[in-house]
Design a protein. Structure first.
Length: 322
């Protein structure tokens, strides 16, 4: 059997499973017949046909474009990613403690916590090879639901851990992960149903300046349970490996360090040892610590630290809020 025929078989099996749930069998049969008549359409079109049948089977109206590409409601700046999606509902007690995003196909991630329980909403690009075939994976899975008129899949090993995956449009894949919550599946479905395009930004207290040749910016992350313990993390990568910049209130481990000038201030250099990366660290005039770690030579780590642009007005107000 050819790959295209395998795909069509998966879609049809999916349709037949969902047809059994339909409140009106005739509507489902008609939709299924229309899907079968279009055998020569591309794979993504087959998935679209599947969404139509699934919507009928679930007894919900099909509104494929309920969530579309995010408008530019927030203008991104260098080192300040915009995260496009926001849930309108969260379980009781959850507060936001993590935002991360970056240029290109970098995932947009937001996390809320309540004690040991965690909820994560992430947006991925279908231009990323890891997520390019999501529509086909959804159509092949038995455990399917409908989110905003589009077919979605639910995965999870236990009643307290579940992930719901759906595509709000042809260019994005969203995942809602719920951990440590009773009936996690129901919670993930409710979160997904409440998601709207409401952009927020990630503005930490620093951004990358000039980077050594070969390095490129990957992500900006802000994390913490409140503005009092906020941390900004910047990630870059290149042929020589990854570099991470951290700005926070806590001092890094500096055992075995030697002196080095960083940003015109007395700093410390710790060479790489075993799995641990090399790092340079300096205490800023604000009392906060700037640390740059990676497998680069000391001079390049210092150059990254010297080029960091500090922001005197970071946005930490959302940390620890609903």
């Amino acid at each position: 059997m050819t790959p295209s025929n395998e795909t069509e078989t998966l879609v049809r099996d999916s349709l037949e499973r969902l047809a059994e749930r339909a409140p009106d069998g005739n509507d489902v049969l008609n939709a299924l017949a229309r899907a079968r008549q279009r055998r020569r359409r591309p794979r993504l079109a087959l998935v679209a046909a599947a969404a139509a049948v699934i919507a009928v089977a679930a007894g919900v109206p099909l509104v494929v474009n309920t969530v579309t590409e995010a408008p530019s409601q927030v203008t991104p700046a260098a080192g300040r990613p915009v995260l496009a999606y926001t849930p309108g509902w969260l379980p009781d007690g959850f507060t936001e403690q993590y935002r991360s995003g970056g240029p290109g196909n970098t995932a947009q991630v937001r996390q809320w916590q309540a004690g040991a329980s965690r909820l994560e909403l992430a947006a991925h690009s279908t231009a990323d090879p890891e997520w390019a075939q999501t529509a086909l994976r959804i159509s092949a899975l038995k455990d399917q639901v409908v989110v905003h008129g589009r077919v979605a899949m639910v995965t999870g090993p236990t009643d307290t851990i579940a992930t719901l995956t759906w595509m709000p449009d042809d260019h994005h894949v969203l995942t809602a992960k719920v951990e440590g919550v009773p009936d996690a599946r129901a919670a993930a479905e409710r979160v997904a149903d409440s998601v709207t395009i409401e952009p927020v930004q990630v503005r930490g207290e620093a951004r990358f300046g000039p980077l050594p040749a070969g390095l490129r910016e990957e992500a900006t992350t802000v994390r913490g349970s409140s503005s009092d313990n906020a941390t900004t993390v910047l990630d870059a990568s290149g042929p020589s490996g990854k570099v991470r910049v951290t700005i926070g209130g806590g001092s890094p481990a500096l055992g075995g360090s030697g002196p080095v000038r960083v940003r015109g201030l007395p700093g410390a250099y710790v060479p790489a040892s075993g799995p641990a990366d090399a790092l340079v660290a300096v205490r800023l005039s604000s009392g906060r610590w700037l640390t740059v770690s990676g497998r680069l030579p000391r001079e390049q780590l210092v150059a990254v630290a010297d080029g960091i642009v500090l922001d005197s007005a970071p946005d930490y107000a959302w940390l620890g809020s609903r």
